[in-house]
Write a protein that binds this ligand. Structure first.
Ligand code: ADP
Ligand code: MG
Ligand code: MG
Length: 240
């Protein structure tokens, strides 16, 4: 069975169905993409998989490593090997990047911390001493978050728009970090609204109005997204 199996989940917030019988799978050793425009429900999907209290599905099931996790707490899911890198990572006053990375990667030495920062193109000599506070730009914060995920080596990393605030040049390098994780046998689920990011995944899902409207090779999904995204319009017309 797949590492993560989401089977027909629906989530309602304030009377609105923000996930509608959504199903998808993520395999170990692969990068799976979820592509969708703003408001499609991508972050809500990430929250439901992580088990946030207000995103409990009304119907459907979530399985991880073959076991049902639909009713587990966030902590239990974390222990099972699920990690979410948030679309807007938190800032912590008074915590250095070194401490932050150490916390997320029990047992990592100074060398590991430095090489993780290098992987996301941040100079360890400069950044280990910096604080994870408001003086970091959004892009720097995203990269530090990715370095911490890399050190954590979760069985499945869910990355909510890891590309936001990261310039085009750095993006290719960032994708290499995910590639490394996948090559080590971990699963990676990348949420994005950029078709060029989805195109670099092993396979992708196109999401629209809370549902998966297309599943296939990343290239096919990209082509569809760019052409006209007809199923999205259909979904809107059907009130999905
Ligand atoms: P995406 O991440 O694809 O941009 P979101 O998951 O953030 O999409 O949002 C999906 C839809 O659900 C949007 O229409 C949004 O307005 C709505 N939504 C998200 N969170 C909430 C909430 N807490 N309460 C009400 N509506 C919400
Ligand atoms: Mg959004
Ligand atoms: Mg989002």
């Amino acid at each position: 069975s797949a590492l993560l199996e989401v089977e027909g989940i629906s989530v309602v917030r304030e009377g609105k169905k923000i996930l509608n019988r959504l199903s998808l799978k993520a395999e170990a050793g692969q990068i799976t993409g979820v592509l969708g425009r703003n408001g499609a429900g991508k972050s809500s999907l990430a929250y439901a998989v992580m088990g946030l209290a207000n995103y409990r599905p009304l119907e459907g099931r979530i399985r991880f490593l073959g076991k049902e996790i639909t009713d587990l707490s966030i902590t239990e899911r974390g222990k099972a090997g699920l990690t979410l890198a948030w679309q807007h990572p938190a800032r912590y006053e008074g915590v250095s990047v070194r401490d932050y990375l150490r916390l997320s990667s029990k047992g990592a030495g100074e060398k590991d911390l430095a090489s993780a920062l290098s992987l996301v193109l941040l100079d360890p000599k400069v950044y280990l001493e910096r604080m994870v506070d408001k003086n970091l730009s959004g892009g720097e914060r995203k990269r530090i978050e990715l370095a911490s995920v890399y050190l954590m080596k979760p069985r499945l990393s869910i990355l909510d728009e890891p590309d936001s605030g990261v310039d085009l040049l750095a993006l290719g390098e960032i994708m290499q970090v995910f590639r490394l994780l996948a090559r080590e046998g971990h699963g990676v689920l990348i949420i994005t609204h950029r078709e060029d990011v989805a195109a670099q995944c092993d396979r992708s899902y196109l999401m629209c109005s809370g549902a998966v409207v297309l599943e296939g090779s990343a290239e096919a999904v990209k082509r569809y997204f760019l052409s006209q995204c007809e199923p999205c319009q259909e979904a809107v017309a059907l009130g999905m």
